[in-house]
Write a protein that binds this ligand. Structure first.
Ligand code: ZN
Length: 619
């Protein structure tokens, strides 16, 4: 049984192949801690919130219970119709977790939730609590805003996780009937329809991968090709770009509109492209991706700068204080970069995953795992904090981000490494064990590292076939100096190529040590990002740093600080915040006097008292 988060079919045109979930396991260290917190605290907290907010009860109402539908109104007064998706995302996370290790309490809770979902589904296969309870029960009347396909997309993703991780097909049976209900009306002979919020495209491709039924892949392809032709009514509110209905997925040269929608759409496009061997479609996504990274991505990997329509702005429109940078957009960016990495094998996508995970995704969740940010600005003004609590919240009215974090963190170990015919590629560094079944034979290795605090990564070969195979290690784009030590001795690594590869016969007991130098980097923005021109940011390794009010000199507000180019930053351990965390003491001036400020990793901000914060510091 293949069991990974994105599982291209054997015939798909990809350069790299993912490992099954059970073949990669965290040992200890940074990511093992985050995965444990997700399992032990965040996921149970999510269940509590789904119960307290009524989101789970809404599905019970669809199943025939009596009571009031609970779904808070959004800013323009419309009741949110898409909250079922939060239940499905939570179930997806639980599926991956139970596949990793049994947990009786979590399994019992999931059984209860699955039973509610099953009971809510109509006999004809249709499933959407909002339409069934609040609406008139007639499906698919409002594809622009109704999110019906979008909700089923998350149901399918949960079903795929349960099938792959556990061989449990209760959700799959529900998802297939729901997908068939959509296919009956919108299939090749049916009416043309696309959802205002993409997501169904990638889900349908995965449904084909799981069931072998090609109809779902064809439906995904049809929905992709229909998009961009002005099919969606209601575009007068934000314009057709809002939901990427302004230009076809093949023709659009830049990302546009609602960031999460664009990124989910492009995930589906890559999935279709690799399954059909459609190189033109893949190239179109790659073009958009490179343009997006160049012109519309924050230093943190965050995307979507505009609050009004949660949208990508113009090129270089990246204000730090007004950044929207929704947590879901960072998650979607990781999902897209992973698909592009599998398709092309190019390490630039693994670089983007690293930057975005540490600095775009992780800030969305507190270090204790039970408070969340929906938006992730790179600056918060001190006066704004004085005007009220502006910190993380236990949940949101529109709660897309928290359960999205849960499902990504529960499957994150699957993103660490890949394999191909010649060997194993390590893309992300974490202490972990990896079991690979290469053509040459079985390989077992143990990775040990204190990344991201220290740059040394040791790979211990525990088991290997006699025939030669290749071990590839990513050399991050930020790295200017590195060495590699192996059975043949120590050599400098030529940086800038993204990978160091050693193809040789290996023996059990061999150790390869990659040492990445981690000096503090003073980063200047592209001069076209006028909002931060004249500022610098502090980075070290894969991490972006920030200064909070509590790290500023006494009496100073962080808005008054300036970078002091005369002195050097110093790396300092910060066990007061977390185990092996490294902070940076940065030289600043305040009222023309030399001072120091304490910078911490951006992902760790707002974990104590709510405070002012900034990433970009004026020179
Ligand atoms: Zn979100």
């Amino acid at each position: 049984m293949s069991s990974t988060v994105v599982q291209p079919s054997p015939a798909a045109r990809t350069k790299l192949r993912p490992f099954d979930a059970g073949q990669v396991e965290f040992a200890d260290g940074f990511w093992a801690d985050r995965a444990r917190i997700n399992r032990e605290r965040t996921i149970p907290h999510g269940l509590d919130q789904l119960r307290q907010t009524g989101t789970l009860d809404n599905l019970r109402l669809a199943a025939g219970a009596t009571g009031q539908y609970r779904a808070a109104a959004d800013s323009v007064g419309a009741t949110l119709p898409f909250l079922d998706s939060d239940v499905y995302k939570w179930l997806e996370a639980v599926g991956w977790e139970l596949g990793r290790a049994a947990d009786r309490e979590l399994a019992a809770a999931a059984d209860e939730v699955i039973a509610v979902v099953a009971a809510a589904q109509r006999p004809d296969g249709y499933l959407n609590s909002y339409v069934q309870v609040v609406g008139d029960g007639v499906p698919y009347q409002d594809l622009s805003w109704g999110h019906e396909f979008y909700c089923i997309a998350h149901l399918i993703q949960a079903a795929v996780a349960w099938h792959r991780a556990l061989g449990d097909d209760r959700l799959l049976a529900i998802a297939v009937r729901a997908a068939d209900h959509i296919a009956a009306e919108f299939g090749p002979a049916g009416r043309p329809g696309v959802d205002g919020h993409p997501g169904i495209e990638m889900a349908l491709v995965e449904l084909t991968r799981v069931t072998g039924d090609q109809r779902y892949l064809m439906l995904a392809t049809r929905m992709l090709e229909l998009r961009g032709h002005g099919l969606l009514p209601g575009a007068e509110r934000f314009g057709a770009t809002y939901w990427q209905d302004h230009r076809s997925v093949r023709e659009a040269t830049s990302v546009a509109g609602h960031a999460v929608r664009q990124l989910y759409l492009d995930c589906g496009a890559v999935d279709v492209a690799v399954e059909l061997g459609d190189d033109d479609l893949l190239a179109a996504v790659q073009r958009r991706w490179h343009d997006m990274i160049r012109t519309r991505t924050y230093l943190t990997g965050g995307m979507g700068s505009r609050h009004r329509d949660e949208a990508f702005g113009d090129p270089y429109e990246l204000p730090p204080d007004r950044a929207y940078a929704e947590t879901c957009a960072a998650i979607a960016a990781v999902m897209l970069a992973w698909r592009l990495l599998l398709a092309t094998g190019e390490p630039v996508y693994a670089d983007a995953i690293e930057r975005t995970m540490f600095n775009g995704v992780l800030p969305g969740i507190s270090m204790a795992g039970m408070r969340f940010f929906y938006t992730n600005p790179l600056q918060r003004r001190t006066h704004r904090v004085h005007n009220g609590n502006d910190g993380r919240r236990p949940w949101y009215r529109c709660a897309c981000c928290p359960p999205n974090l849960m499902r990504l963190l529960s499957s994150w170990r699957q993103y660490l490494a890949t394999h191909d015919d010649t060997g194993v590629q390590l893309h992300q560094y974490a202490s972990a064990t990896i079991h690979a079944d290469l053509a040459a034979g079985p390989v077992r290795m143990s990775v040990r590292t204190d990344y991201p605090w220290h740059g040394q990564v040791s790979v211990h070969i525990l088991q290997t076939p006699d025939q030669p195979w290749a071990l590839s290690l990513r050399v991050p784009g930020w790295c200017r100096s590195a060495t590699i030590t192996g059975p043949d001795g120590t050599e400098p690594v030529v940086t800038g190529f993204g990978t160091v590869r050693r193809h040789r016969p290996w023996r059990a007991g061999d150790v390869v040590v990659l040492t990445l130098d981690l000096p503090v980097r003073i980063t200047e923005p592209d001069s076209r990002v006028d909002a931060v021109r004249g500022c610098v940011a502090v980075e070290r390794g894969p991490l972006v740093y920030c200064i909070e009010s509590s790290g500023a000199p006494p009496q100073a507000e962080i808005e008054e600080l300036a970078w002091d180019p005369e002195r050097q930053p110093i790396v300092v351990p910060r066990p007061d915040i977390a185990g092996s965390m490294m902070g940076i003491t940065v030289p600043v001036t305040y009222r023309r006097q030399q001072h120091s400020a304490a910078a911490i990793p951006y992902f760790a901000w707002a974990n104590g008292r709510v405070a002012g914060m900034r990433v970009w510091i004026p020179r």
